[in-house]
Design a protein. Structure first.
Length: 295
C-alpha cells in the first residue's frame, strides 16, 4: 500500500501571500486557514515556536478546517524547550493542553521538536532530548536536528528507539549541516524544506543576535524550488515510500508565497494527481504552475 501523504506549509498566516496565494477576498486569519485547507491537508503551526497559543484559539482553527476530513495540524514546540533548554512544568502542561485538544478532535499529526544548529550530539544534549521525549512521549514526536553529528553511526536508530521520527531537512549545505536524505522511522517520514538560498543563509548567520526587520529575518527562506529540483526531490522520496505509512512534506520557503506554490507541485508529483486544483492567484503570479492546473 502507498503511504498517506500530508503535504502543506509551515504556517499559513502571511500578509505577503495575499494576491499570490490568497485571492484578497479573505480578510482575516481564520478565513485564510479555511481557504488554505481547500488545497492542502496539513499545516505546521509554527507560531507556537514564538508564543504560547491558547487552546481556545486552536479550537477555532479546528473549526475552520472542518470541511476537510483528513486535515491535520503539527505543532512546533516553543523555543523555550529547544533553544533555551528550559523544561518548566507549567509550560509543559500548557503544551499538553494544546496537543490534547488537537488529539481529541482527531486533528493532531504530531509535535515538531526543532533544535538549532548549535545543538550538537553529546551526553548533555542527549539527556535533554530524552527528557523532552519523556515529557511529551504520549504524542507522536518529530525531531529535527540541524547538525550532522546526530546522523553518525547508529545514532539515528538509537534516537528513533525512543519512539520518535527524525526529520529530513533540505537547506543550504554550510558547515556541518545535514544533507537532505529522506528517512523513515517508526513508519513515518517528516520532510521539511527550508530553501537553498545559500547567500541569504550565510548573511543570517553573520546577523545572528543583531536587530533585524521581519523581511531580513526571513530572507534566507526566500527560495522558489524549480520544477526540476522538485522532480529530483520526488524521486528521492519515492525510494523510501514503501517503508512509510505516513509521509509529511512541509514547505518552509514561505516568503512571496513560494511555499504553497511548491507544495502544490509536490502534491501533483507525489500523489500522481494530474491535473490538480490550483488557485487563480498563483497561476498569475507564479506561472510555473500553469502546466499542472486543471482550472
Amino acid at each position: 500500500m502507498n503511504p498517506k501523504y500530508f503535504i502543506g506549509t509551515a504556517g499559513w498566516s502571511y500578509a505577503d501571500w495575499v494576491n499570490v496565494f490568497y485571492t484578497g477576498e479573505q480578510s482575516q486569519e481564520y478565513n485564510w486557514l479555511e481557504y488554505y485547507s481547500s488545497f492542502f491537508n496539513c499545516v505546521e503551526i509554527n507560531s507556537s515556536y514564538y508564543k504560547y497559543i491558547s487552546p481556545t484559539l486552536i479550537a477555532l482553527w479546528i473549526k475552520r478546517v472542518e470541511q476537510r476530513e483528513d486535515f491535520l495540524f503539527t505543532l512546533k514546540l516553543h523555543q523555550d524547550f529547544t533553544h533555551r533548554q528550559n523544561i518548566d512544568e507549567d509550560k509543559c502542561n500548557f503544551i499538553r493542553s494544546q496537543l490534547s485538544i488537537l488529539e481529541q478532535n482527531g486533528r493532531l499529526g504530531g509535535l515538531l521538536i526543532q533544535f538549532p544548529y548549535s545543538f550538537t550530539m553529546n551526553r548533555t544534549s542527549g539527556e535533554h532530548l530524552k527528557k523532552l521525549v519523556d515529557t511529551f512521549g504520549q504524542y507522536q514526536c518529530f525531531v529535527e536536528f540541524r547538525h550532522d553529528s546526530w546522523f553518525q553511526n547508529d545514532i539515528p536508530e538509537r534516537v528513533a528507539g525512543l519512539g520518535v521520527a527524525l526529520c529530513s531537512i533540505d537547506q543550504p549545505m554550510i558547515g556541518n549541516s545535514v544533507k537532505f536524505t529522506p528517512r523513515v522511522y517508526n513508519g513515518k517520514a517528516y520532510l521539511r524544506f527550508h530553501g537553498r538560498n545559500s547567500e541569504a543563509w550565510m548573511q543570517s548567520i553573520k546577523n545572528f543576535n543583531k536587530k533585524q526587520t521581519y523581511e531580513q529575518q526571513n530572507e534566507r527562506y526566500k527560495y522558489l524550488y524549480s520544477a526540476g529540483e522538485l522532480k529530483e526531490i520526488e524521486l528521492q522520496i519515492k525510494k523510501v515510500e514503501k517503508q512509510a505509512k505516513e509521509i509529511y512534506v512541509i514547505m518552509n520557503n514561505h516568503p512571496g508565497g513560494y511555499a504553497p506554490a511548491n507544495a502544490l507541485r509536490l502534491i501533483h508529483l507525489l500523489e500522481n494527481k494530474d491535473p490538480i486544483m490550483v488557485p487563480k492567484t498563483p497561476i498569475r503570479e507564479l506561472n510555473a504552475l500553469f502546466d499542472i492546473a486543471k482550472n
